[in-house]
Design a protein around this ligand. Structure first.
Ligand code: NDP
Length: 473
């Protein structure tokens, strides 16, 4: 079994203790990582702090070239990284609608290349005979990145690349469920970046909290659940450490009564079920007008029954297993509550009888707001379809949720849908699509889905502080 060391100051580090990484398609261990502790967090932060002065003084052009070199290294190792991502997350190599490890690694390359090219302009506020006033963007120092298990490599890239591009150094802590692709990324980066610029520590509980509370960390960037985001913010508050938090979503999609059901159903299905629903901005509450309700429920059920579920390494697999046992337990618990709330299971509803954490793609009709499956983020292959009659009322129902990551409106009239989409309380609103992200458009949540944005110049700026420079003449 392959074993992966931590990387601190450009060198592999062992702790003397390891933990197993499970392939969710088999339930068996396929790799081992180091069980780091607080002493490793201290070493990694010290290395990143020591590397910061020289790294922050490199020119834009130097950092741009090095980040392009990282993209090149990911590209050169794409088949291996795809296999790792599939084995640690369970997601297929290809996947439903092409959303699988190929997309995760391909997206990682694209995001890295795009981020390398970004420039932080100097803003000239005043320039006259009295004075020149410039606004500069400066790197912050050591950035702590804490990542989840659903898109481990891509989210690591979303954290690490803009942090480095802006001139910061980084300590990353991947989820213990899916550390392997991050370990491989940092291994590759150790041949490209100066020592200490990118460090990785693996471990459980104490590692993450030590990192977010560390006085030499200037910024925490976190993607994961809302309760953990709140704990991280509380722990960062001790040092007034800045946070970008990309947290859970319980995204509503509103289907207007003018859609062509045949055309729209596969898109709705993919928006809800890609990566088994384990995507923060997947479609998780589907509101359908009463006039098309039964037709859409039947179309979704048909798609759920026919989608190919299996081991992600096998060609043709569209959906893999749920990523871990704890998440499978959450899904089973929500299924039980949906049954007792009177949900009509038009597809799925139980575990698949095989090794690993497989669950049938599940579509539940006849539930409404106020039931757990509608109100809570399931983060699994299950979606409730909720009936509505009045558009004004459905907008209000969609907004009546603590989360506000994404939302969508589906219609054959895009202008009408766009006007309604703007009334959704969420950071990203889509028309006739859901969850589509791109490296140049900001992405982030409102309400309890987080704070701050990622991607593009808006995201890059979050890894900087402002310095105003006034030159009196
Ligand atoms: P968490 O949000 O709990 O964990 C995500 C990351 O945070 C992991 O690396 C975890 O590592 C770390 N972490 C946990 N507690 C702390 C802490 N106090 N300080 C610093 N780091 C910490 O996600 P889970 O894996 O437990 O999944 C739970 C739920 O989160 C899911 O059911 C799902 O609903 C949601 N989720 C949402 C995601 C999203 O993209 N929005 C992604 C993944 C999950 P460790 O446990 O070792 O501390």
């Amino acid at each position: 079994m392959q074993e992966f060391d931590m990387y601190i100051n450009g060198k592999p580090v062992q702790s003397g203790k390891t933990f197993d990484v499970i392939n969710p398609a088999t339930g068996e261990a396929f790799a081992r990582c180091q069980l780091g502790d607080v002493s490793h967090v201290d070493q990694a932060v010290a290395a990143a702090k020591a590397a910061f002065p020289a790294w922050s003084r490199t020119t834009d052009e130097e950092r741009k070239q090095l980040i392009h070199a990282l993209a090149g290294a990911i590209e050169a190792n794409m088949p291996e990284l795809m296999q790792i991502v599939t084995m640690e997350t369970g997601k297929p190599m290809g996947g439903l609608n092409g959303i699988g490890s190929g997309m995760e690694v391909g997206g990682s390359i694209a995001w890295t290349q795009y981020t390398a090219e970004l420039q932080l302009p100097v803003d000239v506020i005043q320039d006259n005979e009295v004075a020149r006033v410039e606004v500069h963007r400066k790197p912050l120092g050591v950035v702590a990145s804490i990542t989840p298990w659903n898109w481990p490599l891509m989210i690591a890239i979303w954290h690490v690349m803009p942090a480095l591009r802006a001139g910061n150094t980084v300590v990353i802590k991947p989820s213990p469920y899916t550390p392997v692709s991050t370990m491989r990324l940092v291994q590759l980066a150790s041949e490209i970046l100066p020592p200490g610029v990118l460090n990785v520590v693996t471990g459980e509980g104490e590692v993450g909290s030590a990192l977010t509370a560390h006085p030499d960390v200037q910024k925490v960037t976190f993607t994961g659940s809302t309760p953990t985001g709140k704990r991280i913010m509380a722990s960062a508050a001790g040092n007034l450490t800045r946070c970008t938090l990309e947290l859970g979503g319980n995204d509503a999609g509103i289907v207007l009564p003018d859609v062509d059901v045949k055309e729209v159903a596969p898109k709705l299905f993919a928006a809800a079920f890609h990566n088994n629903g384990q995507t923060c901005a997947a479609l998780k509450r589907m509101y359908v007008h009463e006039s098309q309700y039964e037709e859409i429920c039947a179309a979704m059920a048909e798609l759920a029954k026919n989608v190919v579920v299996g081991d992600g390494l096998e060609e043709g697999t569209e959906l893999g297993p749920i990523q871990n046992q704890a998440q499978l337990d959450i899904v089973e618990d929500l299924v039980a509550s949906a049954r007792s709330d009177g949900g009509r299971f038009v597809a799925g509803g139980k575990r698949i009888d095989r090794a690993g954490y497989f669950f049938e793609p599940t579509v539940v009709a006849d539930l409404t707001d106020g039931t757990r499956l509608v109100d809570e983020e399931p983060f699994g292959p299950i979606v409730p379809i909720i009936k509505y009659t009045d558009i004004e009322e459905v907008i209000e129902r969609a907004n009546r949720n603590d989360q506000g990551l994404g939302g969508s409106v589906w219609s054959s009239d895009p202008a009408k849908a766009a006007a309604l989409a703007q009334r959704l309380e969420c950071g990203s609103a889509w028309v006739n699509d859901h969850g589509a992200l791109q490296p140049d458009a900001p992405f982030g949540g409102v309400k309890q889905s987080g704070m701050g944005v990622e991607f593009g110049l808006y995201g890059l700026e979050e890894f900087t502080s402002i310095q105003t420079l006034k030159i009196t003449k």
